[in-house]
Each structure stands twice: as structure tokens, then as C-alpha cells.
Design a protein around this ligand. Structure first.
Ligand code: NAP
Length: 288
């Protein structure tokens, strides 16, 4: 079963199908399943009907997950004991714990399996899966995970994968703000943006992420690989976890407000790296 065929879910499910597995898919907007159905997938009429020995989930956020998976008509209530739910979305540790309880009550195995990597990585089957759950459930799921990912890491037996994913995405989001401030400082002081991007791209701070974003920053092309509103969601999840566990995250809190400003100015659906334009405007470099 596969629930959720967004930018990430569709290519991930496609890899599973191409690897020869029978896949039954559900998506709120059914037309997004067209390509998969043409390739042999079966379209389910509800999340509960997207059944199988393993049921994968790749939905936007906590609200989507709650509505598709929990409650009397949700997918978990329809799962057969002994089957496994593999949850790949980036969602809160708290909802994940609720799901773990719901699965345990039905005798269903549960693997947290959020992924690292962008849409291009999902298309290419090159994602990294961060998994946590019982070792036997992970071992059983591994061949399926390998069909859509290049790397799989079992990081613990319980909720650890959620924490790992939020820690990583915090750093990804902060990178956008770091680049934005550097570019604004340079441009305001007479440096050519292209020269700055060349130098940054060849410097010690040129992470792979910075490398992927150079071309779009050069072209001011913020076609979303990951929307600002989705990054805001991940920052909220990280801050919630940090509040619950007594960890101060002042940089994350501050940059979260930048994502709020982007959303308020109509850029919530743009790529999160459009943060660079927000900072440029604040520096008086672009028209309001
Ligand atoms: P997306 O393209 O926006 O897709 C979101 C999916 O959730 C779609 O299937 C959408 O259905 C569904 N959905 C949203 N609200 C719903 C609701 N209330 N009820 C039922 N279904 C609902 O997002 P994505 O980029 O694939 O991301 C999916 C997850 O992966 C997110 O948790 C994200 O944080 C995480 N992630 C994303 C990336 C990335 O680079 N994009 C990388 C790693 C992890 P419709 O098609 O009907 O709208």
C-alpha cells in the first residue's frame, strides 16, 4: 500500500512499482496516481483501502497524517495484524508516538522512516532513509526501502529517526538564512552576485546543499523543491521538540520568523531558498 503521492511520494512509489512489487495507491487528489496506475499500480478509493503487507505513508504534515491514518475510517484500523506501517513523512514525534500506540494495539509493526534528500533525489532513487523501530521490522522492510533510496540508516528502536530528521532539516533551513545574509552583505557592498556564488561554491562552506542551490540562486529561480511553508512546518516541529526537552534553539527560532515573513508576503509556496530575496529586500536591495 502507498498513501500520499505528492512531489516525494509519487516517485518513491514509482521505484517500488518498478522494482516489481504490487502497489495499491491512494492520494487525496486521485489524478496524481494516473502515471502509476498506467504503470500497473491499483488505485484505492480510501486510505483504508490502500492495503498490503507493508503500507507506506508520505503525506504533508500531522493534520494530513491524522486524517488519513487514525480514527475508525483511517488506514491503521483497516490493517491486518502482522502487516507493517512504514511512515516516511516529516511529522511530529508526538503524533508518531500516537501512531506507534495505534499500531501496537492492532498488532501492526511500525517503522518511522523519514527521508533526507530533495525531489530530484526521490526521482533518482537516491534518498537516504533514516529509520527507527524494532530491528526485525527494519530488516523485513529493508529490501523495499532500498528500492527508492541509496542509503538506509537504522538509528534506533523507537522515535530516534524523527529526531534525526528534524535535526538535519534545521541545518538545511539555517543554510538558506546563512546564504541570504552573506549575499545581501556582499551585494549591498558592491560585490557581483555571480562572483560571490562562484567563490562560496568553491569555499569550505560549500556543502552539497549549497552546491545544489547555486544555479537557482544565480537565476533567482525559486521553483519549489521544498516550499518555505513546509520548512516552517519542520522548524515548528523542531522547536516543539526543543521546548519539550529543554533545549534552547535561538537560531532556529529567529529564522522561523523569517519563514513567517516570507509566507506573509506571499512566498509560502516558493522554495525556502527564496529567503535570499526576503533578506535582500530588508537590506534595501530590491523594491518592496
Ligand atoms: P507535497 O508535494 O506537498 O505532497 C503532500 C502530500 O500530502 C500530497 O499527497 C497531498 O495530497 C497530501 N496531503 C496534504 N494535506 C492532506 C490532507 N489534509 N489530507 C490528505 N492528504 C493530504 O509534499 P512533499 O514534498 O511530497 O512532502 C511530503 C513529506 O515529505 C513532508 O512531510 C515533507 O516535509 C517531507 N519531505 C519533503 C522533501 C522535499 O524535498 N520535498 C524532502 C524530504 C522530506 P494532494 O496531492 O491531494 O494535495
Amino acid at each position: 500500500g502507498w498513501i500520499g503521492l505528492g512531489k516525494m511520494g509519487e516517485p518513491m512509489a514509482r521505484h517500488l512499482l518498478n522494482a516489481g512489487h504490487a502497489v495499491t495507491v491512494w492520494n487525496r487528489t486521485a489524478s496524481k496516481a494516473d502515471r502509476l496506475v498506467a504503470g500497473g499500480a491499483v488505485l484505492a478509493a480510501s486510505p483504508a483501502a490502500a492495503r498490503g503487507e507493508f503500507v507506506f505513508v508520505m503525506l504533508a504534515d500531522d493534520a494530513a497524517l491524522r486524517s488519513a491514518l487514525l480514527g475508525p475510517d483511517g488506514a491503521v484500523a483497516a490493517m491486518t495484524p502482522g502487516t507493517v506501517l512504514i511512515e516516511c513523512s516529516t511529522v511530529s514525534p508526538a503524533l508518531s508516538a500516537t501512531l506507534a500506540e495505534a499500531c501496537a494495539a492492532r498488532g501492526v509493526g511500525y517503522l518511522r522512516a523519514p527521508v533526507s534528500g530533495s525531489v530530484a533525489f526521490a526521482e533518482g532513487g537516491k534518498l537516504t532513509v533514516l529509520a527507527s523501530g524494532p530491528a526485525d521490522v527494519y530488516a523485513a522492510a529493508l529490501p523495499l526501502l532500498q528500492s527508492f533510496s541509496a542509503r538506509q540508516v537504522h538509528v534506533g528502536e523507537a522515535c530516534e529517526a524523527r529526531v534525526m530528521k528534524l535535526s538535519l532539516n534545521m541545518m538545511v533551513g539555517l543554510t538558506a538564512a546563512m546564504m541570504a545574509e552573506a549575499l545581501a552583505l556582499g551585494e549591498k557592498n558592491g560585490l557581483a552576485r555571480d562572483i560571490m556564488l562562484d567563490v562560496i561554491g568553491a569555499s569550505a562552506v560549500a556543502s552539497p546543499l549549497v552546491g545544489y542551490k547555486l544555479a537557482s540562486l544565480r537565476a533567482h529561480d525559486y521553483t519549489p523543491a521544498f516550499e518555505a511553508r513546509m520548512m516552517a512546518k519542520d522548524f515548528d516541529l523542531a522547536l516543539g521538540l526543543a521546548h519539550d526537552s529543554g533545549v534552547p534553539l535561538p537560531m532556529v527560532a529567529q529564522v522561523r520568523e523569517g519563514f513567517s515573513a516570507m509566507m506573509a508576503q506571499g512566498d509560502g509556496d516558493a522554495d525556502f531558498f527564496k529567503y535570499a530575496e526576503l533578506t535582500a529586500r530588508l537590506a534595501g536591495l530590491r523594491g518592496q
